[in-house]
Design a protein around this ligand. Structure first.
Ligand code: ADP
Ligand code: MN
Ligand code: MN
Ligand code: MN
Length: 346
């Protein structure tokens, strides 16, 4: 038997974006615990905008487990928030109600800024550093400073130790801005891993006295890029059958559902989707091969493979909830009929 430190992690009731919360309990197990072994737990919902003070108990239901590389015998437990009966999802629990399709693959590209003293890491206390240009995928102290790379490397290792399917890192266009990518099969799995990767990054940066700024346009209407969370997606049908006709029908459906998508693609997105800085305007829908100014970018490989593969929705922003983003993408895809030939083949 060993004593394990279980960090129960959940999303609170704040709007428009929930915050991550976590608390620890110690339990004994013979070996690293499986999901089924983890008990329900409770918390004070009146402190997280999830309950009134008079009846404040909410229930935490474990839904995914990850090893915690930063703690001896550490366990990261992703939870859904439930009502006191333990079975009814709380209204703030988006995960419980989203569409899931284990055959749908999602690759999220999380962009963010490191912030220190109220400004992006590496910005002088007054004015701006040299304009954008050398920072994207840059190397060297004057481009990335002396600590950011250490943090992103530590974060990468924590994600890999947790079994999160972290796929890569790059320094981004603005100074102090970075990106990591998470890929998962199934919308819930990909989104759980993204939330856990966000948690690990926020916890890690505490000791550096640095915050993670997820707002999509922290520097406002300046010549500094905003942050997105591009959602790359493919269903089994898109990967194995696809075709130009289906693709065009899909894009028509995305155009029709434009407002539903924007509604869950993160707050303040009008500040970021301006038609500048590699974005399409929030009021337009467009797609294009290798077009980084389109709402949806079609990779060259997609066309070369007979309109099969994945597409990149560039509109979701860095503060968006990956559960809701993935769910809306699946909802729109579900409105498009697949060919009879394909349903026979499937
Ligand atoms: P870029 O910065 O050029 O837009 P990235 O390399 O940062 O591209 O991100 C591409 C993302 O696409 C990765 O997260 C990757 O996992 C994801 N991806 C690759 N193939 C698929 C697929 N078949 N379905 C869904 N996502 C995919
Ligand atoms: Mn990228
Ligand atoms: Mn990027
Ligand atoms: Mn991208």
């Amino acid at each position: 038997m060993a004593k394990y430190k279980l960090e129960y992690i959940w999303l609170d009731g704040y709007k428009p974006v929930p915050n991550l919360r976590g608390k620890t309990q110690i339990k004994e197990f013979d070996s690293f615990p499986k999901l089924e072994q983890l008990p329900l737990w409770g918390f004070d919902g009146s402190s997280t905008q999830q309950a009134e003070g008079r009846s404040s108990d909410c229930v935490l239901k474990p839904v995914a487990v990850f090893p915690d590389g930063a703690r001896k015998n550490g366990v990261l437990v992703m939870c859904e928030v439930m009502m006191p009966d333990g079975v009814t999802p709380h209204v703030s629990n988006a995960r419980a109600t989203i569409l899931d399709d284990p055959g749908a693959w999602f690759g999220f590209e999380q962009e963010y800024f490191f912030y220190k003293d109220g400004r992006p890491l590496g910005f002088p206390d007054k004015g701006y550093p040299a304009p954008q240009g050398p920072y994207y995928t840059g190397v060297g102290y004057s481009n990335v400073g002396d600590v950011a790379r250490q943090i992103v490397e530590e974060h990468l290792d924590l994600c890999l130790e947790a079994g999160i399917n972290h796929e890569g890192i790059n320094a981004e266009v603005a100074k102090g801005q970075w990106e990591f990518q998470i890929f998962g099969k199934g919308s819930r799995k990909a989104a759980d891993e993204m939330w856990m990767a966000r948690y690990l990054l926020q916890r890690l940066t505490e000791k550096y006295g640095i915050d993670v700024e997820y707002h999509c346009k922290p520097l406002g209407a300046t010549d500094w890029n905003g942050s997105g969370m591009h959602a790359n997606f493919s269903t089994e049908y898109m990967r194995t059958v696809g075709g130009k006709e289906y693709f065009e029908a899909l894009m028509k459906a995305f155009d029709l559902a434009k407002d539903d998508h924007i509604a869950v693609y993160g707050p303040d997105n009008h500040m970021r989707l301006t038609g500048h800085h590699e974005t399409q305007s929030i009021h337009m829908f467009s797609y294009g091969v290798a077009d980084r100014g389109a709402s949806i970018r079609v990779p060259h490989s997609f066309v070369n493979n007979g309109y099969k593969g994945y597409l990149e929705d560039r509109r979701p922003n860095s503060q968006g909830d990956p559960y809701q983003i993935a769910s809306q993408i699946l909802k729109t895809i579900a409105t498009v009929p697949t060919s009879e030939k394909a349903s026979v083949a499937a």
